[in-house]
Design a protein around this ligand. Sequence first.
Ligand code: XMP
Length: 305
Amino acid sequence: MVNTEKFIAKAIEEIKTSAGTDKVVMALSGGVDSSVCAVLAARAIGDNLIPIYIDTGLMRKGETERIRTIFSDIRLDIVHAEDEFLDALKGITDPEAKRKAIGERFIRVFEREAKKHGAKCLLQGTIYPDRIESEGGIKSHHNVGGMPLHMEFTKVIEPIRDLYKDEVRDVAGALGMPKEIQHRMPFPGPGLAVRVLGEVTREKVAVIREANWIVEDELVEKYRPWQCFAALLGLGTGVKGDNRIHGWIVAIRAVNSRDGMTADPLEIPFDQLMRIGSRITADIPSVSRVVYDITAKPPATIEYE
Ligand code: XMP
């Protein structure tokens, strides 16, 4: 465990030295990692920091409005790039190719925004497990291995690259950040795209966004899991009203973990699971089946792709 006060002082110094007098753009997703980075960087370089929130069209329900409210007192650029991301994902079914396509889009949008502001540096909230899994070839995080080889940035600054998630939360606490951010569940950079098996389409994203909202609504406050969400597995047969339909199969995933490297499925009372299933099939007409994922990590991963 790091000494948080020492870490904060050192990180601020490092950002100051790396950035010099350059302007720095950063992706602020509203999760604990990027929010901590934003606070550290704002203390280090003040107005030379340009935080940008990209609406990729792969975010959770209400997320853009939430970000706007939480960060209402900082100058935050909100970039609407929904069409751009969904177009880039058209026809792609391979999980790694999806991650790479998203990573590429992120960087291109950032390069565009950076140019507007005359910024040469990119600051990212990459944490230690992201690096280990990317460097180990396990998967490409959009903010590590998923990045294109050619980038127009002269420098990438990653102030929390050596921290585990629980350490980032401690730093958030020490920085006096709101509890809502400090304890927020992790949400993957590639967003809902890694919760839709196969090709990502507008329809599938709309279905999983709604299902995800129901799962979070039923489980977050009550069980405080490391993560809980819904994933779209594919199509299966179902019966709705008097008709046999080809409907979506939705998986509920809820896990506890210390650092995301390993995880155990949450023991959820059966009536609670039934209630989630009923809500999902009642509220989303195209869903015909809901299952609960009982797999630990390993052998499964937490996300689906
Ligand atoms: P997996 O699915 O590999 O995920 O068991 C472990 C933890 O990492 C999160 N995750 C990501 N976070 N960019 C991120 O910032 C990514 O590309 C990414 N992929 C997975 C996941 O939600 C879990 O907490």
